[in-house]
Design a protein. Sequence first.
Length: 327
Amino acid sequence: MANTFFEGDGDLSQISQYSIGIIGYGNQGRAHALNLRDSGLTVCVSTREGSPASARAVADGFAVHTVEEVANNCEVLALMLPDEAIPGVYRDSIEPYLEARDIFVFAHGFTVHHRTIRLPDDADVLLVAPTGPGRQLRSLYEQGKGLPALLAVDQDASGLAWKRCLAYAKAIGCLRAGAIETTFREETVTDLYCEQAVLCGGMPELIKAAFAVLVEKGYQPELAYISCLKEVKLIADLLFERGLDGMRAAISNTAKFGSALTGPELVNAGTRRELEEVLSRIESGRFASLFLQDAAAGSPVTRDFLASEKHSRLARAGRALRESLDF
Ligand SMILES: NC(=O)c1ccc[n+]([C@@H]2O[C@H](COP(=O)([O-])OP(=O)(O)OC[C@H]3O[C@@H](n4cnc5c(N)ncnc54)[C@H](OP(=O)(O)O)[C@@H]3O)[C@@H](O)[C@H]2O)c1
């Protein structure tokens, strides 16, 4: 059983004497900044010049600083930037301004696990990875609840890194729901693997393929869209709330029989071999290299893929449905 931690395990006084610099005011950065401030901690926000996020931070009541100012003045630096942007920002705007014994916080293990930057040896390096998007982290906090998180320490120069990690997780509300201890490597590999194999890669491709087969055989695109894509939410909600067994208990006997017959035919030993390949490309660091190369070249692979999807039959069916029906 994994090591789990709750509200009583975190002590805010472990970080309350420090200024916490939030670098990047996007999805995670905004939620961390607001939750930390509402927990009584001192927060400084930085955005890049000309960023639309600056106006949002001001509207939220923060004075907006440059990344350099935050790096210079804050002891805790939470790097809430896209993973591919961190090396450049760190090299140009953070590293030259560091003081001794800084504390670095990451919301995902990618940068540290793949060593895309070289952090000082005298720093504490913490992972506080909420298991969901920033807006959910914020809205649950406002309701007096929390989003579970994954926690890890990569460097413990102070001897207090784990306590500081728990304190930060408590301040953003995650210990209300519970946090699990992990490592930067485990969080990175499992996160990348699941988003590629299931959530953002495998499942959407299965939806696309199933939709295409129906439409090519003459079925109405709108119906195909509803059954292959929209209804995913119903099953996802059941899986989230009740697990696989609970989902199966809630579906019809026809659906149970159909899934027993067809599921293992579709996802078979060949699929499992492909999944092992996906995992090994992530574990070897090859995926990280491909991703960073693509980002450095202006993201042509990602851009072309998204462009090709935008006008697909499936996307058009979705737009038509949203315009004509109330969903
Ligand atoms: N999104 C999630 O659900 C989620 C969940 C858990 C963990 N995480 C992790 O959280 C971290 C932050 O991700 P995110 O999704 O919050 O990112 P994001 O929403 O894309 O926000 C990134 C912020 O960084 C700024 N930024 C981008 N490039 C920059 C640059 N070169 N220099 C300075 N600022 C720059 C953006 O500014 P502009 O507004 O000007 O573009 C924006 O304010 C990542 O490590 C990610 O893996 C994300």
